[in-house]
Ligand binder design. Sequence first.
Ligand SMILES: Cc1ncc(COP(=O)(O)O)c(C=O)c1O
Length: 268
Amino acid sequence: MTTEVGKKINAEHPGTTGSLGCAISEAVEAAVKNEGYRYVLGSVLNQVLLHQTVIGLEVQTALKKHNIKPDILIACTGGGSNLGGFASPFFGEILRGEADYKIIGAEPASCPSFTRGVYKYDFCDTGQICPLAKMYTIGSQFIPSANHAGGLRFHGMSPILSELYHQGVFEARAYEQTQVFQAAEIFAKAEGILPAPESSHAIRAAIDEALKCKQTGEEKVIVFNLSGTGYFDLYAYAQYNDKTMNDVIPSDKVIEEALAKLPKVPNM
Ligand SMILES: Cc1ncc(COP(=O)(O)O)c(C=O)c1O
């Protein structure tokens, strides 16, 4: 209730618990209204992915050093900087015809931009004060359910990743949060590392791919990005352990309503 755009969003979505799209609008307003302030977006935009490629370059170097050729590469996706940063050096190899990898983006079923979105121009923020971007989106007016614990609560997806997904260069999967926390628990018990809920989407996909290999008897090298720790998310872990965590998947109607509010621009 302290920003104009926040008040507008509250009026349009009474009782909202917010989203990354809301936070972006409020941060831009705070930067514009305060002398000497600047706003820097930490995900989604192509230059952020470029910056994050330090992760993928390091992975690529480490794999080469140990003479390991990955078959499958997996990272979670919120706005896309995590998968983009991790996988871009490998996308480069695929696009230059130097190698072939199966790359998977793991997103939450509660905010399924890739798997249920459309590839159109949309606002990057809920308050609609940022420029438009062509991206996979479920609509800037979509606000994910408050019960989703992790940070992957963005309605759209980075333009570079959206184009690569559109071209079929990689695949995406959507996971419900209880299956994500189940994977997180398995990982924590096996590795002694408490993973972030966001990263645990990638762990879920990695476990599923490994289980497929177990069934088929194939041997594959699966590399996933463990993007953060879960020490800030102990409340969500407690909910999972107490069995009070549940899954909320938006209905087609909710997504259609958000998509009906996309800006009207010629689809290029
Ligand atoms: C620990 C962690 N990993 C990955 C991500 C996803 O990053 P991106 O939204 O840039 O795809 C987030 C985003 O909130 C995060 O907190």
